[in-house]
Ligand binder design. Structure first.
Ligand code: H79
Length: 448
């Protein structure tokens, strides 16, 4: 009897030690990024342009990824979408090729959205593409493999909000119409998420990072972020944690992202947070929708999209531009044509974007500036005037010329600033890039 009690105590203490140890090993309440993580951050900042993909069983309804919530669909009805998912035209090789031709350097794909449906092979729940759809294949694996093959980094969008899981309880601000029982075990839900993330960061080769979304649904819940972030950084220290919670970054996060806004702006009402000293990203849509939307024809023009990319670069940020593939697995043709045109533009002007940082002239209505080494790129986007005036540069300007044809540009430096004479504006030019060669000994400081 005494022995049994002793044994029980020993098992209890060992278990406790293991739990404590694993908490210590994985959790990161204070966080020092690894060397590989710092390198990945630099790579990310140099990359400048990524493709966001929202694709799931919601795509079948052609009404965006929020369709379940917006139409107050019961889970029992929404589930009928899974046995109808069979994307006959899904060709990940083609997806990656389109992204590359557009000049994009990474792809961030929805591994699961708020509907909780996993587009990958998971053992944590059968609510997934392999077990519930006739297609039966792990689309995320297919895409990740193709990204590795074609040399583009893969990031996993992962919704922390879940309208399906019985343990996502207490409910947050959404998901009340799904018809779930009003009970559940929050800690079990966190274990489920950590289990899925362990799969995603163990079974798919090197992953660029994770893009978390949906935490805003329950801002006051105990998300135990340090444990989740610890799991990821333990498995893949270089993986960048990008968190779309619309707040200041928490310890463990590697990139600050802004939804539908440039850093420092808040036009969409989701981005009041101040800009942190981390790599930055802004995400937005090619039309107005993330998931495929049949009736959303408000496609932005190529000019608008190029301007978005350039204005992001001028604010030291990447642009993560979304495509909502159709249920058959193809990209909407309107998206493809625009991506091709952006790619063409980047072939000519990419030197003024890739590898740059936000330049010395602060963002203005006429445009922005970027810089790289001893060159400052002045991006004139919107002005009819004959010249523009910039703040006096800290480095000596040696020459100024047009990026598109090398033509010299007249300039004058005075105590009031730098005056650049512009060529006559040409409606076919999206962005008149003026290259300033500056004295290498004193490279300019970024605007923030
Ligand atoms: O994944 C994409 C969105 O589904 C998610 N984040 C991006 C990257 C997101 N969740 N919430 N929001 C964005 C903002 C909320 C927008 C809403 Fe609506 C307005 C929800 C309901 C009204 C937009 C319009 C979505 C449904 C109708």
């Amino acid at each position: 009897m005494k022995l049994a009690a002793h044994r029980t105590l020993t098992i209890f203490l060992t278990t406790l030690a293991l739990i404590l140890f694993s908490e210590l090993a994985y959790s990161q309440p204070s966080y020092t990024p690894s060397q590989s993580n710092l390198e990945a951050r630099k790579w990310f900042q140099d990359a400048k342009f990524g493709m966001f993909l929202h694709w799931g069983i919601y795509s079948e309804l052609g009404d965006g990824e929020w369709v379940m919530e917006v139409r107050h669909m019961a889970g029992s009805d929404y589930q009928k979408l899974a046995p109808q998912f069979y994307p006959v035209k899904f060709d990940p090789k083609q997806w990656v090729a389109v992204a590359k031709a557009a000049g994009m350097k990474y792809i961030t794909v929805t591994t699961r959205h708020h509907d909780g449906f996993s587009m990958f092979d998971t053992k944590q729940s059968d609510w997934n593409i392999v077990q519930r759809t006739p297609y039966g294949k792990d689309a995320i694996r297919m895409l990740a493999d193709e990204c590795h093959k074609q040399g583009i980094r893969i990031f996993f969008y992962y919704s922390q909000l879940d309208w399906h899981h019985p343990d996502y309880y207490p409910l947050g601000s959404t998901g009340w119409g799904a018809g779930r029982e009003r009970k559940g075990d929050w800690n079990r839900y966190l274990d489920f998420m950590n289990g899925q993330l362990t799969e995603l960061f163990s079974n798919y080769g090197e992953v660029g990072g994770v893009w978390f979304d949906g935490m805003w649904d329950k801002p006051d819940a105990d998300w135990q972020l340090s444990k989740t972030y610890g799991v990821i950084h333990h498995l893949q220290p270089q993986a960048l944690i990008v968190a779309n919670h619309h707040k200041r970054p928490n310890p463990g996060e590697d990139v600050q992202t802004f939804e539908r806004d440039l850093p420092g702006e808040n036009k969409a009402g989701l981005s009041g947070q101040s800009v942190a000293d981390l790599p930055l990203e802004s995400s937005d849509t090619i039309n107005g929708s993330w998931g495929y939307n049949l009736t959303d024809n408000k496609f932005k023009t190529t000019r608008e999209l190029v301007h978005y990319l350039v204005r992001a670069a001028g604010r030291n940020a990447n642009l993560l531009l979304n495509v909502g593939p159709m249920p058959n697995g193809e990209f909407p043709p309107e998206a493809v044509s625009r991506l091709q045109e952006i790619g063409k533009w980047l072939q000519q002007y990419g030197d003024s974007i890739y590898g740059t940082r936000g330049g010395p002239a602060p963002p203005a209505s006429w445009g922005v500036s970027t810089y790289k080494g001893d060159r400052v790129f002045v991006h004139v986007l919107d002005t009819d005037g004959p010249s523009i005036a910039l703040p006096k540069p800290s480095a000596k300007v040696l020459s100024a010329s047009l990026l598109r044809d090398g033509r010299k540009i007249e300039f004058a430096v005075s105590e009031f600033g730098l005056l650049l004479k512009l060529p006559p504006s040409d409606p076919n030019v999206f962005d008149e890039v003026i290259v300033l060669n500056v004295e290498a000994a004193s490279p300019p400081k970024p605007s923030r």
